[in-house]
Design a protein around this ligand. Structure first.
Ligand SMILES: [Zn+2]
Ligand SMILES: [Zn+2]
Length: 356
């Protein structure tokens, strides 16, 4: 990896104040995506996939409401738009292209614009080619538990809203990188996205191993009560601002529990919804978080997780959409998280996903 991101130590050692939470510690890997030009050999968000030339590119077979979204931009146009906006506002966190990358995007945008310019009714594109969302090599993210000889996770989605819960439809592939001899050079692309937030900006990653504790929604009623006792925090000499005395659970959730942003493993970021357990459709095991696809790397309640390397950028403040907290430009739900879950018994059992 060419760059690093470092999460500051937590302001309070969780197990020193609440030894009963120690068994609930879970490893996670923050991915820290940042705009760049990943290759098929890199772990990435929104980057090109190491996809075998002889294997059909995955497509979504669902029916899609073409023309009803009101959003008529191709992925290439979305990315060109972000680039020109970043240049206009001199946004150091926005995408930057090489002249070759820009020319390739313009060519794609023109080809797709012709199709859209023909006006409604637009030809229904079915099936829809999926867009790469993430590619993770085991060497970079050793927390992954691939099946058999696999050492590469590839996640794609269909950039339309799907019934019944109006989110992109996700697909998960495991493969062995060494088994890919000829790489598919020009994968098909959908000719439009339902929403610009469904087009991930290509990012390189700086994976970082951390330890997480459950969000207070995931704690037992007893543990939740314990975390809410200010006297416990005081007795342990925890250095926490007394403005949290009324509601220390808020401090716990924002600073000590689950990390915000893109990550592998760890605990779910509840808050938008109450905990919602997912069970494997094959073996009924309770599923565990695989990948968290986040709209924001941090927000005002979780800024304690901003890496050291981004502290100055965070402090400088930027208008929405030009924020260092939105490196991937992905937005799911109402700027929420989408979490992919896998079966702990077998990574080959079907995955599921959830907006939260
Ligand atoms: Zn679809
Ligand atoms: Zn299962």
């Amino acid at each position: 990896m060419v760059f690093v991101r470092t999460t500051p130590p937590r302001p309070v050692e969780v197990t020193a104040v609440f030894p009963e939470l120690a068994p609930l510690a879970r490893p996670a890997i923050r991915l820290h995506p940042r705009p760049g030009s990943p290759s098929v050999g890199d772990s990435s968000v929104g980057g090109p996939l190491l996809w075998p030339a002889e294997e059909p590119w995955p497509h979504c077979e669902d029916s899609h409401l073409h023309g009803d979204s009101g959003f008529r931009e191709s992925p290439a146009e979305v990315r060109l738009g972000r680039h020109s906006r970043a240049q206009r506002y001199e946004d150091p966190y926005g995408p930057s292209f090489t002249p070759e990358e820009e020319a390739a995007l313009r060519q794609k945008a023109e080809r797709l614009a012709e199709r859209l310019d023909a006006g409604p009714p637009w030809p229904a594109e079915c099936p829809v080619p999926l867009l790469p969302v993430a590619q993770l090599y085991l060497r970079d993210v050793p927390l992954l538990q691939p099946p058999g000889e696999a050492d590469l996770l590839q996640v794609l989605w269909c950039p339309y809203d799907h019934e019944p819960d109006w989110k992109p439809a996700t697909a998960v592939f495991w493969r062995s990188a060494a088994s890919v001899v000829d790489v598919l050079a020009t994968p098909p692309e959908p000719y439009e996205a339902n929403y610009s937030g469904y087009v991930p900006e290509p990012c390189l990653l700086a994976p970082e191993a951390i330890t997480e504790y459950p969000n207070s929604f995931d704690l037992s009623p007893e543990s939740r009560q314990v975390v809410g006792h200010w006297s416990r925090w005081q007795a342990a000499g925890a250095d926490v601002d007394s403005s949290y005395a009324e509601y220390p659970v808020e401090f716990y959730d924002g600073n000590l529990a689950d990390a915000p942003g893109w990550k592998v493993g760890g605990w779910p970021p509840w808050g938008r919804t109450d905990p919602y357990r997912r069970y494997c459709t094959v073996c009924d095991a309770q599923m565990v978080p695989l990948l968290t696809i986040a709209s924001f790397e941090w927000d005002s309640s979780t800024h304690g997780w901003v890496p050291y390397e981004d502290r100055a950028a965070y402090a400088a403040g930027r208008p929405a959409g030009l924020s260092p907290a939105q490196p991937t430009r992905v937005e799911v739900g109402s700027t929420d998280n989408m979490q992919l879950y896998v079966c702990p018994a077998s990574p080959e059992h079907p995955h599921t996903d959830l907006i939260q």
